[in-house]
Design a protein around this ligand. Sequence first.
Ligand SMILES: [Ca+2]
Ligand SMILES: [Ca+2]
Ligand SMILES: [Ca+2]
Ligand SMILES: [Ca+2]
Length: 307
Amino acid sequence: MRKLSLFLSLSLFSILSCDDGDLITVEFDFDDTFAACGELVFYNIKSDPYESLSLKISSPSITLDTLYNVGADNTKTITVNINETSNPFNYRSYNADPSDFFCNDVPPSGITITNDLQSSGGVATISSLLIEDDNDGIPAEVEDENLDGDNDPSTNPTDRDGDGIPDYLDDDDDGDNVKTSSESPNYVVGVGFVDSLDTDGDGIPDYLDPDDDGDGVLTRDEENKSQDQNPTNDITYSSVGADYLNPDVATTVKATAYREHTIEQSYEVDVQLTNIQLPGVSQDVFELGTLEDSSSSKKRYVTPEFP
Ligand SMILES: [Ca+2]
Ligand SMILES: [Ca+2]
Ligand SMILES: [Ca+2]
Ligand SMILES: [Ca+2]
């Protein structure tokens, strides 16, 4: 939890005193995540005591989907002018838990606002960042050979199977139609790769080896039983297992396509307030925090063009 602080003048609150003349510090103890609802309210609530910070944005052009619609660099920044009519920012205190106060058409009974301060101005800067990952168990920075030395997997990206999807987003890194997560790369955070599966013992781990059993037939072309771009269900000898891991079965039934790839998307939306003007408050920069909302996790699906 990060503590958010406002400097309030003695004329408004007489809670703490300090040596800086007429300024005092009040710590609100709000969490560094906030919620969203409607079109569009951001709010951060806390208990003990019951308080909220909220920013309403009344612009049809600004919705959560707008904020997720990032540019080619996976970022977006929007600024909103805070005012007392269409885009109000409020600090409120309550006599009871305000959890149901926001996002309800019918205001809950039994909750009374005991103090309501509204900013007469200021600017809200909303910053969006999209982070994508293949969720294959290997961290993005480990999947990139970093040939350009900038530690950014997205620049000059490594693409070892040449399917057009960089390895850090590719859930089938060797393009053999067996997902990396099913090829036992065995990456342990803080340790590295531990006994990555290498079926044919050629020094190339299965997740990067297009011919896992070393029988001369590409794994993706060991489609002997069902031609469904899935070598894991082609089993001639049940006592041995899948043909792509059995060097004694070397029959070529060519794959005709890549499998669909899934790319996980995570949107981070941060709101920073500058020059807010609550009565008696003087604070240049104020972090509302990071949005916590189920809509910020998405997926996209890509099926690379087959060679
Ligand atoms: Ca990968
Ligand atoms: Ca694979
Ligand atoms: Ca191998
Ligand atoms: Ca093979």
